[in-house]
Design a protein around this ligand. Structure first.
Ligand code: SF4
Ligand code: SF4
Length: 270
């Protein structure tokens, strides 16, 4: 079993060779179809939870950052997204009503939706929650041949990142991305250039976004908020239930077997 300390990933772009092993390991672990012959050509989608991108000769990974105080979880009206004590932000499909507020709220544009599924779910990396809870590293970190993706205790990874930057100041840009952005994330990034050169947002506050959201929301009269949330929630719940019931009826009628937990064909991008 894992110790109680918060876990995370340290991605060091200077060590990444763009082999795509992490991309393939994620596909295998989550039983997802391989959607691109060249791992560097794929995009995040409902069946691709991490990608490796080539940014002018530098390689960088993209995946859920597993925010310390995740906006996706704070806006979810039914608690379908949850920050676990070990660090992974996990998704409970049985609670989800399909409102997709999480997708709009995520500052990193991560969650994807199974648009073409009859019973759609939100899809994203779960930081291999079952493996992490069992004391194992994430599948992507376990296969990385260069140590570019490293799994460990978040505190230790921060120290490791600081030590690398201190030891080779000419090699690294002196910023650990994810240490403070949006209140901190479980996925940390270091590189030889500033994060914006690798496509990462740098206009983010160090304050958790849920806090900023709350500071705005508390100024709005309660009856407006409560009424809006209730009406919106009822609308989504009703529509999702109708859609799910229709899908189940049609599935029974045609006697088609849809394998539970398996994603459908490649999904549309958000
Ligand atoms: S990166 Fe987006 S989806 Fe992932 S935990 Fe943060 S807010 Fe949620
Ligand atoms: S497995 Fe490691 S070296 Fe290969 S692409 Fe992923 S992070 Fe880079």
């Amino acid at each position: 079993m894992a110790t109680g300390k918060k876990k995370g990933l340290l991605f060091d772009s200077t060590r990444c060779i763009g082999c795509g092993a992490c991309y393939l390991a994620c596909k295998e672990r989550n039983r997802l179809p391989v959607t691109a012959e060249d791992p560097l050509a794929d995009e995040l989608s409902a069946v691709t939870y991490t990608v490796v991108q080539n940014r002018r000769g530098r390689f960088v990974r993209r995946l859920c950052m597993h925010c310390e105080d995740p906006t996706c979880a704070s806006v979810c009206p039914v608690g379908a997204l949850e920050k676990t004590p070990l660090g992974p932000v996990v998704y409970h499909p049985d609670r989800c009503i399909g409102c997709r507020y999480c997708m709009v709220a995520c500052p990193f544009g991560v969650p994807r939706y199974e648009w073409r599924s009859r019973t759609p779910r939100v899809r994203k990396c779960d930081l291999c929650y079952d493996r992490v809870a069992a004391g194992l590293p994430t599948a992507c970190a376990a296969v990385c041949p260069t140590g570019a993706t490293r799994f460990g205790d978040r505190d230790e990874l921060i120290e490791e990142a600081r030590a690398r930057i201190r030891a080779e100041p000419d090699r690294y840009h002196p910023h650990i991305y994810g240490l403070e952005e949006v209140g901190g994330t479980s996925v940390l990034l270091i590189a030889d250039v500033a994060p914006e050169n690798l496509g990462y947002r740098t206009d983010l506050s160090a304050e958790p976004l849920p806090l900023l959201t709350w500071n705005v929301l508390k100024k709005i009269p309660n009856f407006v908020l409560v009424g809006g949330v209730l009406l919106g929630g009822l609308w989504w719940i009703t529509n999702r239930r109708i859609a799910v019931a229709r899908a189940e009826r049609e599935a029974l009628g045609t006697n088609r077997q849809t394998e539970e937990g398996q994603p459908s064909d490649r999904e549309e991008q958000v």
